[in-house]
Design a protein around this ligand. Sequence first.
Ligand SMILES: [Zn+2]
Ligand SMILES: [Zn+2]
Length: 169
Amino acid sequence: MKSEGLDGIEKFDSPGKGRGIRITKPFKVGELLFACPAFAYVLSVSERGYLCDFCFAKKEGLAKCGKCKKAFYCNAGCQKADWKLHKLECSSMCAYGDNWCPSETVRLVARILVSMKSNKDGERGASEKLLLMSDLEAHLDEMDNERREVNEMDVSPFTPASAPRHLLD
Ligand SMILES: [Zn+2]
Ligand SMILES: [Zn+2]
């Protein structure tokens, strides 16, 4: 997917309410204002093996990643396109074997971090035409204790005490 629209819309700050987008010219009903590819995404565990990990197409007989055997693709094209991000998970999936069970949230965060790292300085990706990922606010101080505990559990397999040494280097 390419970024579309953009012409005739702008970002603005509304004091006390946060950020928004607004139009700067008239649009007709049904006209596309803005579309862009996702910055990062991940297939949920429950859909694994039923949908392609890259394009989310539902298909019988998806092909497995030959290494980890836990990512599934329509074809070699989808596998190749996902490899930039999957290669990092793939080595962990292989190392942890059947103990591999991070939540989708953790996998998504990893994919976001890798995507942010691989974007060249000052260069906006197709999904950052309006807003840079680094411009988003964390809101960590507003997180309740229950959410904090769930997050800590999610992250614990990756902390130095429990992760295999080679995954940390
Ligand atoms: Zn696919
Ligand atoms: Zn793999």
